[in-house]
Design a protein around this ligand. Structure first.
Ligand code: FAD
Length: 459
C-alpha cells in the first residue's frame, strides 16, 4: 500500500499534523508511526502541564497563539483541546531594567497592546508584591522580603510582578492522548497508527517515474508514502543524518522536577497561577488527580558533546536523577515562593529533550536540497511549540500541499547557511558556539554543561 501521507513521530507537531491533514481532501490514507505508545516517554510534551502564553515579540507567533487560544484552547466547542486547558493566569517575575529579559517583557506587552492585537490590558501593571495586591494572599503567604532577598544566584533582588489573567496551562500528556483518541475514534477510515517501532531510515524510491518516500523501521518494516513528514522532535537526528541538517538543529536537555502534595497542601495551592521567574525557573498549580506539582529549573540546560549537540542522550543512566545544581535551583524556587513545600522530596526528576534552532523559529521544510523529494521535516520546536498543538498542523499540512504563504515558507525554511548539503562530510560544528541557543532574548539558561560532565544525584 502507498499512503498519501506518512507522519513519523506522534508528539505535538505529528499529532497536530495528523489532525489537520485528516480534514484535508489531499489525504485519504495517513499512517502515523511512533517509536513508542502515545504519549511517548520521549516526547517533550509528555508531562502534566505546559504554559500557554501570548507573550511573543514576533507577530507570527502572536498571530498563531491567538488563533490557538481563541479557536481551540478557550473554545467550548472544541472539547479535545478545551478540556485540556486551564486559564489559571501567570505571574511573571519581571527582572530589573538592566536584565536582558526586561526588554523582552516590555516589547511583548507593547506588541500585544498595539492596535493590531489590543490584548492584555490587565497585564500592564507591575506590582511590588507577589500576592498581586492581595489577589493571591491566601496562596503566597510568605513575606515578600523572602522573594526579594538578595543571594548569590544572580537573581535580581528588586524584581517586580506582573499578572496576566489571559495566560493558562495545557494538560500536556492528556492533550496528546485526546488528539490520538479522537483520530482513533473519528478518523479511523483515514488515519492508521503503527506504534512501538521507530524509523531509522528514510529514502527516495522511484516507481513508474513517480517519486515516493520509503521509511524503514527498527523492526525491519517498510512503508511507502507519496509524502512523508518527519516530526521526531529532539530525536530528529536519529532519522535524518547531520550531513543533511548541518547546524540547523541542536538537541537541548532541560530539567524538570516534581513534588507530591498532601490533601491539605493541594487545597491551598490548587487555584494558584503559574509563577514564571525567568532567572530561576517556573512552577504550575498541582495536578488535581495526582496532587503533583511540577517545577522547571530553567537556569540550566545540557547537551551531548559526543554527537556534537546533534542527538539527545536518553537512557536509564539519566532517569530519576538530576544534576546537583538543578536540585539546588528547584529547592531555591520552593524556598522563595512556596517555603512550606521546600521540605518535600523531589520525585520523578528528569531531563526533557527539545530540538533547538539558532533563532527559535520552527523548521517546516522539504528535504529537496538533500536529494529526497516529498519528504518534509518538522522540528526545531525550541521549547515553545506545545501551545500550538491545536493549530500548527494546519500550517504543516499547507506546507506539504504547497498552500502555505511565502512568508511562512521562508520563515520556517532551512536557513541555508546552516545546512551542509547532502554530499559534504565535513562538520561545521567547530564554527558554532557552545552557547548557541542562549543568544535568544527569551531563553534564560545561564549554564549549558555537557551531559557527561554533570554531577548527577539520585532522587
Ligand atoms: C521542560 C520543558 C518545558 C516546556 N515548556 C513548554 C511550555 O511551557 N509551553 C510550550 O508551548 N512548550 C513547552 N515546551 C516545548 C514543547 O514540549 C515542545 O515544543 C513540543 O513537545 C515539541 O513537539 P515535537 O512534536 O517537535 O516533539 P515531541 O513532542 O518531543 O515528539 C516527538 C515524537 O517523535 C517520536 N520519535 C522520536 N524518534 C522517533 C523515531 N526514530 N521514529 C519514530 N518516532 C520517533 C517520539 O516518540 C515522540 O512521540 C517545553 C519542553 C520542555 C522539554
Amino acid at each position: 500500500m502507498i499512503y498519501d501521507l506518512i507522519i513519523v513521530g506522534a508528539g505535538v507537531f505529528g499529532l497536530s499534523t495528523a489532525y489537520h491533514a485528516s480534514q484535508h481532501s489531499s489525504f485519504s490514507s495517513i499512517l502515523v508511526i511512533d517509536k513508542y505508545d502515545i504519549p511517548s516517554p520521549i516526547s517533550a510534551a509528555n508531562d502534566f502541564n505546559k504554559i500557554i502564553r501570548m507573550e511573543y515579540t514576533d507577530e507570527t507567533y502572536v498571530d498563531l497563539i491567538i488563533e490557538a487560544i481563541e479557536e481551540y484552547w478557550d473554545n467550548q466547542n472544541q472539547p479535545i483541546f478545551n478540556q485540556c486547558y486551564n486559564k489559571c493566569g501567570r505571574i511573571t517575575v519581571v527582572p530589573p531594567i538592566d536584565n536582558p529579559r526586561y526588554g523582552f517583557e516590555l516589547d511583548c506587552l507593547k506588541l500585544l497592546q498595539s492596535k493590531k492585537y489590543n490584548k492584555l490590558h490587565g497585564a500592564e501593571k507591575l506590582y511590588t508584591d507577589i500576592s498581586i495586591n492581595g489577589k493571591f494572599s491566601n496562596i503566597f503567604t510568605m513575606a515578600n522580603s523572602n522573594i526579594n532577598a538578595s543571594e548569590n544566584n544572580n537573581r535580581p533582588s528588586d524584581a517586580k510582578f506582573r499578572f496576566n489573567s489571559d495566560c493558562g496551562l495545557g494538560y500536556a500528556a492528556k492533550s496528546l492522548e485526546n488528539v490520538y483518541n479522537y483520530l482513533l475514534k473519528h478518523k479511523q477510515d483515514k488515519v492508521a497508527f503503527h506504534l512501538n517501532d521507530g524509523i531509522d531510515e528514510v529514502q527516495s524510491v522511484v516507481n513508474n517515474n513517480e517519486a515516493f518516500v520509503e521509511v524503514r523501521t527498527e523492526k525491519h518494516e517498510k512503508f511507502v508514502g507519496k509524502k512523508v513528514v518527519i516530526c521526531c522532535g529532539a530525536n530528529t537526528g536519529s532519522v535524518i543524518p547531520k550531513k543533511y541538517m548541518g547546524n540547523e538543529i541542536r538537541a537541548t536537555g532541560l530539567y524538570v522536577g516534581h513534588i507530591k502534595l498532601t490533601d491539605e497542601e493541594f487545597q491551598k495551592y490548587r487555584k494558584m497561577p503559574i509563577v514564571f521567574d525567568s532567572t530561576l525557573g517556573y512552577f504550575f498549580p498541582p495536578d488535581s488527580e495526582t496532587k503533583i506539582l511540577k517545577i522547571c529549573a530553567c537556569a540550566s540546560s545540557t547537551f551531548d558533546d559526543k554527537s556534537e549537540c546533534y542527538l539527545p542522550k536518553y537512557g536509564q543512566n539519566y532517569q530519576h536523577k538530576l544534576p546537583s545544581s538543578s536540585i539546588k535551583d528547584i529547592k531555591t524556587i520552593l524556598l522563595k515562593y512556596l517555603p512550606d513545600l521546600a521540605y518535600k522530596k523531589i520525585i520523578d526528576g528528569k531531563i526533557c529533550w527539545i530540538s533547538d534552532t539558532s533563532d527559535s523559529d520552527f523548521i517546516i521544510d522539504e528535504l529537496l536540497e538533500q536529494g529526497i523529494s516529498n519528504c518534509f521535516v518538522c522540528c526545531g520546536d525550541s521549547g515553545h511549540a506545545y501551545k500550538f498543538l491545536p493549530n500548527i498542523g494546519k500550517y504543516v499540512t499547507q506546507r506539504i500541499t504547497g498552500e502555505l504563504n511565502e512568508m511562512l515558507v521562508k520563515k520556517w525554511g532551512f536557513k541555508s547557511s546552516n545546512v551542509l548539503g547532502g554530499n559534504q562530510e565535513t562538520s561545521l560544528y567547530q564554527t558554532i558556539d557552545v552557547n548557541w541557543p542562549s543568544v535568544l532574548e527569551w531563553r534564560v539558561e545561564q549554564n549549558n554543561i555537557a551531559i557527561d560532565n554533570l554531577d548527577w544525584v539520585n532522587l
